[in-house]
Design a binder for this molecule. Structure first.
Ligand code: MG
Length: 194
């Protein structure tokens, strides 16, 4: 897909989905402990490059495993502390991690595609502008979240899955600015260099 992405500077915010973008998604399961958190190749160095270009870097993640009682918030906090430490060790920065523990069946809820996590980020960081924001995710709800907030969208999906999701996004009227196979590709797609 041809990239239709803006030039990034420090007035821009980056919103990253977690599972399937930063770490390997566990099909039908939740990352409940650090031992189950597997970095996707090149993700941490990519976050380091991205965090030098963007003014803010956020993680926005649905974590329904908490609502289901499969894990607790202390376990999630512990995973995120380790993740942050490794991002910092790679020379990167994450300014905020927002998670939604709610069940998909709860109404209303904070889950993507709903805007609650982005709105909380804006309460915490009032200078961010969603029109100067990039959302990176691996699912249609991620893309719907970015689209509804007026962000630029980047879909992370390889091969046939990427092609299929792009077509479905188009049918749903959801703009996707670029399709990449992994977060590791994003710095180069944005013209950022180490
Ligand atoms: Mg995901």
């Amino acid at each position: 897909m041809e990239a239709k992405l803006p030039a990034i500077d420090a007035s821009w915010a980056l919103f990253l989905d977690r599972d399937g973008v930063i770490n390997r998604r566990l099909p039908g399961a939740y990352v409940r402990a650090w031992e189950e958190f597997e970095w996707l190749p090149g993700a941490a160095p990519a976050i380091a490059l991205l965090s030098r270009a963007f003014g803010w870097v956020f993680v926005v993640t649905n974590q329904q495993g908490i609502g289901k009682g499969l894990m607790g918030e202390p376990a999630l906090d512990s995973i995120h502390r380790r993740m942050l430490a490794e991002v910092e060790a790679a020379g990167g920065r994450i300014d905020g991690i927002y998670f939604c523990p709610a069940l998909a069946s709860e109404r209303p809820n904070c889950r993507k595609p709903g805007p609650a996590m982005a709105l909380q980020a804006r309460r915490d960081f009032p200078d961010i502008d969603f029109r100067r924001s990039l959302m990176v995710g691996d699912t249609l709800p991620d893309m719907a979240f970015g689209h509804q907030l007026g962000m630029f969208n980047v879909l992370v999906a390889a091969g046939e899955e990427g092609a299929e999701l792009s077509i479905r996004a188009g049918k749903d009227g959801i703009r996707v600015g670029a399709l990449i196979g992994s977060l590791a590709e994003l710095p180069a797609v944005l013209g950022l260099h180490g």
